[in-house]
Design a protein around this ligand. Structure first.
Ligand code: ZN
Length: 323
């Protein structure tokens, strides 16, 4: 977030400088054409300077400033008619900001302006799309009809019923998202739509202006390992990113090569985010007892205690799609 905000500030500063430079360039070009315009511009500037100086004059200032204001009004009228005679709009010398609301400062009414917020959101959405097929994985493109309506004896409900509930839960969770939302564990066999639904959540959460990081466990742990051994270049550390983002989606936990390092990092990430009250979505093909076996028992107890478990059931929908 911090990094995207800094980038957005640079973009806004560049916009403002470009707009002001363009206005300055237009003024000089027009003054080349019209010496009359140059003269009136000089007079306006000098009246402005005198008004600034007059503020320190004490009791006589009021009357003098009123006189200058009158003078300025007449100069403006004169300039307008010069511009008209050149066939130009009276606003031609104004600075044309991209965002007239904040005049490309990024601050409006003491807060970040909507223009800078939407830049940050755009960058977050671009980041997300670089890591995953996020744009195509939406709630609308999630096909419930891939899930069978036949009741599965072990669960007492059909995949269709279960997935309808999970879909509704995920939609509601995304719509109500805030920085203190509960964490989610999506588990169940591969190919049942866990990645799709977590990216659908990510899309909604990003569009609300939150900072979302999506990573597969394999990618994340290899980045963290490189960072630890100083082989990673770049200004944003992945560790800092995964700990500080508003929502972390850790996909396919258990698919990474498990070492002492990954085991302690999984605990560190889950625990730090929990202590900070930040929500995390973990997807895994592992069963509960496998989580306990592969990782630290403390990881297991954190997940059991604090994550909303969503068990995906049914048959691999990628095979159904292929047929
Ligand atoms: Zn603005």
């Amino acid at each position: 977030m911090a990094n995207n905000l800094e980038k957005a500030k640079v973009i806004i500063d560049n916009r403002r400088n470009a707009a002001e430079d363009a206005a300055e360039k237009r003024r000089r070009e027009l003054e080349e054409v019209s010496p009359e315009l140059r003269a009136v511009n000089t007079e306006i500037a000098s009246a402005g300077l005198r008004a600034i100086k007059a503020i320190g004059m004490g009791q006589d200032a009021g009357e003098y400033i009123a006189k200058l204001a009158q003078e300025n009004l007449e100069l403006q009228k004169k300039r307008k008619s010069i511009l008209e005679s050149l066939g130009l709009d009276e606003n031609v010398l104004d600075v044309h900001y991209t965002c007239p609301k904040c005049e490309d400062t990024g601050i409006f009414d003491g807060h970040y302006c909507t223009c800078i917020k939407s830049l940050v959101t755009q960058m977050q959405s671009d980041n997300l799309n670089m890591c995953a097929p996020a744009k195509t994985s939406t709630f609308e493109s999630f096909r419930l009809d891939y899930y069978n309506g036949v009741v599965i004896p072990e669960t007492g409900e059909s995949a269709y019923e279960r997935m309808s509930q999970i879909l509704a839960f995920c939609k509601g969770w995304a719509e109500d998202f805030d920085r203190n939302s509960q964490s989610i564990l999506m588990f169940g066999n591969t190919g049942l739509g866990k990645t799709h639904l977590s990216l659908a959540i990510a899309n909604v959460v990003v569009s609300k202006g939150y900072n979302v990081i999506y990573k597969t466990a394999g990618t994340l742990f290899s980045q963290l390992e490189k960072e630890r051994f100083g082989r990673l270049k770049g200004n944003e550390s992945p560790e800092e990113e995964v700990l500080s983002c508003d929502l972390l989606i850790l996909d396919d936990l258990g698919s990474e090569f498990i070492t002492q390092f990954t085991v302690s990092e999984v605990y560190n990430i889950i625990n730090s985010r929990m202590l900070a009250g930040k929500p995390t979505i973990i997807n895994t093909n592992l069963k509960y007892d496998e989580i306990a076996d592969k990782y630290n028992p403390r990881v297991y107890s954190r997940i059991i205690g604090d994550y909303v478990p969503l068990e995906f059931i049914g048959f691999d929908i990628r095979q159904i799609k292929d047929n």
